[in-house]
Design a protein around this ligand. Structure first.
Ligand code: HEC
Length: 139
């Protein structure tokens, strides 16, 4: 019972975070529900697919509301000379995209709040998401 209540609180807090992050630009709110830090596919489907699309190509249901098209995540290795850019991706998830106008949410902050700022679980989320992105690469 307590656990369910906690999830409800965290959910509300995160939905607010996302709302603020996107407020000044597109009016889209993607609710951040609970997912397993061990399940990269589940995290991707819940948190990334709304913009980047299930296949990573950038045609998610919310993508048309964005100013900049979401990056094609199925082309990351090909765009990097055939090498899947692990450290770049970890850095994007940890520090955000380089230019401040980007509508890509700050995942480090969101994952940190989700896990009561437990850095081990936050890193587990980052690493399992990056592993899942690897499976989306076109060959
Ligand atoms: C609200 C829409 C939205 C959501 C949700 C979203 N992204 Fe993005 N993402 C974008 C946009 C827009 C860009 C392009 C940003 C730019 O370069 O201007 C982007 C860019 C990226 C990039 C390329 C950044 C770079 O500099 O190389 C990666 C990698 C990425 N997203 C991964 C993810 C992952 C993983 C998730 C889920 C945890 C996610 N995104 C969720 C909108 C989103």
């Amino acid at each position: 019972m307590l656990k369910r209540l906690l999830f409800a609180c965290i959910f509300a807090a995160l939905a607010t975070t996302m709302g603020h992050a996107l407020d000044h630009q597109a009016k889209i709110i993607i609710p951040i529900g609970p997912t397993s830090p061990a399940d990269g596919k589940q995290m991707y489907t819940s948190y990334c697919a709304p913009c980047h699309g299930v296949d990573g190509r950038g045609h998610g249901t919310a993508s048309s509301a964005l100013k900049a098209p979401p990056t094609d995540l199925s082309n990351l290795a090909a765009a990097n000379g055939g090498k899947f850019p692990v450290s770049h991706l970890v850095s994007v998830l940890r520090y955000g995209v380089e230019h401040p106008a980007a509508e890509m949410p700050d995942w480090n902050q969101i994952f940190a709040r989700m896990n009561q700022v437990n850095p081990i679980i936050r890193d587990q989320r980052t690493s399992n998401l990056v592993d899942y992105l690897r499976t989306l690469q076109v060959r």
